[in-house]
Design a protein around this ligand. Structure first.
Ligand code: BGC
Length: 529
């Protein structure tokens, strides 16, 4: 903004020109380096992630049976923001060659993808093994390895076989046997080449959306009851699948098996908010399954046990709504992971609830905590997603202290927008979160992998194709669904090549600082000239 001011003094007229350098007040999405190394350690791996239903398409190709998501999208088009389905998505089932080219361009060290249960075992069990579906994943794995890209494979990423409905899905412990059978088949079929396995992706999201919010299959609303049983069966099926690997495959295959949790970090809402609120939130969100697997007791967090046991008793029940982990199970569950997978997107403020505004029973009622957001956090296209990189740094430190510095693989971290190729918002987010990882490493955290979510624009569950997380734009209207590189992909490749956080213009970080100093000098001079 420029103002010209005329002042009259003793018959002289003075002309002053005032130039104001105005910056739009923008919510920041950055984090500073807090000392220590600026280069990621040797061996630290950079990758990208996807999941089968979100990118593959070919929903009924080559004997694939429908998953619960195929049927849900077909029967309830209205539940999806753009009335879309994952029937075709990015067509990765037919276009892995294009995916591979893009992965090579990115120069990633690993690729996280998931296997669709109903593509390889369409009848749920190993009675019928679908050769064509298996051939697809063999091709993916072999071609990745031939190009020096390590496969990181998720066994179950939300796309539950529809057949499981017959057995009451995750409300019935028979899921444990089915899941172990499926995991065993995966180890036997692909384990000679796949050395990094994730059993379940985000049990908390799966069970909350599927058994409370009822907007993911199996569309059940059972807060405080079905919700907890689902989490319990996720935990036990994971632990048994892990044990199966150790007993039957590890000596030969020498791989690692873990599980992936979605988790936020929490900040106190007010200065007066008790520290307990933060601890409770972390225990209810991450500790719920992390404590039994990585903690000392092989059991649910004591805070959850006492809250839920007491409430169950008050509700007139003779037993707790939180399933009981007996000694035998405790032995199976405790230590049942070689690493912890973390999906971090954002953080929240917490406070203790002062009254009882919630549905009974429910997790809100049991946990007695309430969440809120900060209006100053920068928001992505997705309503749930805010840029809070310091949350990731704090979370990694919390995990370091709480779980004996277990190896952490960041299995997801990403930003959504409209799909523009000049996606500077995504670059800011990526840069800030990589800085959080580096700060945590400098503070002794055992983080070994970072996965940007997502490799490609994909089917974003109930949001359909309205929100894009990809480093590559997928041109859905072109015949070959061409993958178009975005600025963020170019940026990520520079980071991977340099193994350090570079400025978004491609120089080292200090260059951008230098440019900022120059700009400020220019602005100051303007005031005087
Ligand atoms: C899921 C992904 C999803 C991403 C962004 C995660 O909860 O694992 O499938 O696309 O969040 O919403």
């Amino acid at each position: 903004m420029k103002y010209i001011i005329y002042t009259k003094y003793n018959n002289y007229i003075f002309k002053s020109v005032l130039i104001f350098h105005t910056t739009v007040a923008e919510n920041k999405c950055e984090l500073t380096h807090k000392g220590g190394i600026t280069r990621f350690p040797d061996g630290f791996a950079f990758g990208v992630g996807t999941s089968a239903y979100q990118i593959e398409g070919g929903w009924n190709a080559d004997d694939k049976a429908p998953s619960a998501w195929d049927n849900y999208t077909h029967r309830h088009r209205e539940a999806f923001l753009d009335w879309s389905t994952g029937d075709n998505a990015a067509e990765s089932y037919y276009r892995f060659e294009q995916d591979l080219e893009a992965l090579k361009k990115l120069k990633v060290n690993f690729y996280r993808f998931s296997i669709s249960w109903t593509r390889v075992l369409p009848q749920l069990t190993t009675e019928f093994k679908n050769a064509k579906g298996i051939a697809y994943y063999n091709k993916v794995i072999d071609q990745l390895l031939a190009n020096n890209i390590t496969p990181l494979v998720t066994m179950f990423h939300f796309d539950m076989p529809d057949e499981l409905y017959k057995y009451n899905a995750f409300l019935n412990s028979s899921i444990i046997d089915y899941f172990v059978m499926y995991a065993d088949f995966l180890y036997a079929t692909f384990g000679d080449r796949v050395k990094l396995w994730i059993t379940h992706n985000e049990p908390l999201q799966f069970c909350t959306k599927g058994y409370v919010e009822a907007n993911f299959p199996p569309l059940v609303h059972s807060p405080g009851v079905g919700h907890y049983i689902c989490m319990d069966n996720m935990l036990r099926s994971h632990a048994r699948a892990y044990r199966r690997y150790k007993e039957k495959y590890f000596s030969k295959q020498k791989g690692k098996v873990g599980i992936t949790f979605d988790v936020r970090f929490f900040f106190k809402k007010y200065r007066e908010t008790p520290d307990e609120a933060v601890e409770r939130a972390l225990q209810y969100e991450l500790g719920w399954l992390a404590e039994p697997i990585y903690g000392k007791t092989g059991n649910y967090p004591s805070i959850m046990k006492s809250d839920i046991d007491n409430n169950s008793w008050k509700e007139g029940l003779s037993g707790s709504r939180l399933p009981i982990i007996n000694n035998e199970w405790s032995q199976i569950i405790k230590g049942s992971a070689d690493f912890m997978g973390l999906n971090y997107y954002q953080s929240a403020y917490v406070d203790m609830a002062t009254n009882r505004p919630h549905e009974v029973p429910s997790i809100e009622y049991d946990s007695k905590i309430i969440f809120s957001r900060d209006e100053y956090w920068r928001r992505a296209k997705s309503g749930f997603l805010y840029c809070v990189p310091e949350g990731l740094e704090n979370l990694l430190k919390w995990v370091r202290d709480r779980y004996d510095n277990v190896e952490v693989i960041i299995t997801e971290n990403g930003w959504s927008d409209d799909g523009q190729l000049d996606d500077s918002g995504r670059i800011d987010y990526l840069k800030a979160h990589l800085q959080a990882v580096l700060n945590a490493i400098n503070d002794g955290c055992n983080v070994t992998h970072y996965t940007y979510w997502s490799f490609l624009d994909n089917f974003e569950w109930i949001m359909g194709y309205t929100e894009k997380f990809g480093l590559f734009y997928v041109n859905m209207s072109s015949v070959n669904k061409e993958r178009v590189i975005k600025d963020s992909a170019k940026y990520y490749t520079k980071v991977i090549k340099n193994r350090r956080i570079v400025a978004s213009n491609g120089g080292q970080q200090y260059c951008s600082n230098f440019v900022s100093v120059l700009l400020s000098v220019f602005v100051i001079l303007n005031f005087y000239l």
